[in-house]
Design a protein around this ligand. Structure first.
Ligand code: ISE
Length: 338
């Protein structure tokens, strides 16, 4: 007699850095999940990663993985342009899917995913905007909701990384990096973003060929102004900042950098090396929430609508980056389903 697993059998498509980190946490951190299949365009990488997980099978393609009867739920951790095909295939197989950000690079592709999900009648997609699960950002949202700060007026953000891969383009500062803030501001303020202006200072001398930093100015429906400095090659480390200014006070994100040491007249603290270190707890929390939602058939976290909205705002940012002018955000009305 075949003994049915009590855990969720997860198939992971994409065995790069974040895919490997999700495989580690789904295998050794999150209770109730088990990685049963891996696929990657690099078959050798898929094989090597699968070897680290007892019993995990390797599939030649993401579609073969999705069709595997041992796979209950799917993680899509491939590069953005391939997200749509795998998310649509998972929905067609009636299997819940966690899709790394962005949901898809274009608003039209996100609409096709929403249409498929609505047609299925079930919310089956969670998008990997893990900062919504970060304790610091959740404390900021709770402080704003408590009301002591009054109405929000402005939000100041900085999204800094130590170095950018040679494959990084100026547009990717928006679509791959700042997209976290584009989602977070909607979530933190509880409203949509209506316009974007992207300004460019002179590029840093360490990589003059890449337009980094960029300054993104966002406007919200109620008139809140948000500025986001995106600087992906700041050299000193991975540093995320956020401060909300209200009528009566401010709330700021802690450094999330651990302890501060004072010794011999000096004060020193650690700066995380990258996002996997800085948001490790948030990644664990989002994946726990996803596995729990799969086990209970109750979707949680950022939905396909949130993925669509973030991409729609990113599209306006790219238009402004190209034109140097303010660009309105073009969005369809929110379906009642979401
Ligand atoms: C990366 O893909 C992420 O998601 C990180 O959170 C972000 O800080 C980084 O810039 C992106 O490349």
């Amino acid at each position: 007699m075949r003994v049915r697993r009590v855990s969720v059998g997860v198939g992971v498509i994409g065995a790069g850095n974040i895919g490997q980190d999700h495989i580690r946490r789904l295998s050794r951190v999150v209770v109730g999940s088990q990685v049963v299949a891996v696929s990657d365009v690099d078959a050798e990488r898929a094989r090597k990663v699968a070897e680290t997980v007892p019993g995990a099978r390797v599939h030649a393609s993401g579609h073969d993985l999705i069709a595997d009867p041992e796979v209950d739920a799917i993680v899509v951790a491939t590069w953005g342009p391939s997200h749509e095909e795998f998310v649509l295939a998972a929905i067609a197989c009636d299997k819940p899917v966690f899709c790394e950000k962005p949901l898809a690079p274009t608003a039209d592709a996100c609409v096709r995913i929403m249409d498929a999900e609505i047609a299925s009648g079930k919310k089956m997609v969670q998008v990997g905007f893990m900062r919504r699960f970060d304790k610091g950002y959740r404390a900021m949202k709770a402080t704003l909701a408590a009301g002591n700060l009054g109405a929000p007026l402005m939000v100041h953000c900085a999204h800094r990384g130590p170095r950018a891969p040679s494959t990084m383009s100026g547009e990717m500062l928006i679509t791959d990096s700042a997209i976290h803030e584009l989602d977070l501001m909607r979530w933190l303020l509880g409203e949509e973003l209506t316009a974007a202006t992207v300004l460019c200072p002179r590029p840093t001398s360490s990589q003059p060929e890449l337009q980094s930093p960029q300054l993104v100015l966002l406007e919200s429906t109620s008139g809140v102004l948000i500025d986001v400095e995106v600087f992906v090659n700041c050299s000193y480390g991975y540093n995320i900042r956020c401060e909300l200014v209200g009528d009566l006070g401010t709330v700021a994100l802690g450094n999330g950098d651990g302890v501060v040491v004072r010794h011999a007249g000096q004060r020193a603290g650690h700066v995380p090396a990258d996002w996997i270190e800085r948001f490790a707890d948030a990644y664990d929390a989002e994946m726990r929430a996803w596995i729990d939602s799969v086990a209970t058939s109750r979707a949680v976290g950022p939905s396909s609508w949130d993925g669509y909205a973030a991409t729609a705002v990113a599209t306006a940012c790219l238009a402004s980056l190209a034109s140097g002018q303010r660009a309105p955000v073009q969005m369809q009305p929110r379906p009642a389903f979401y």
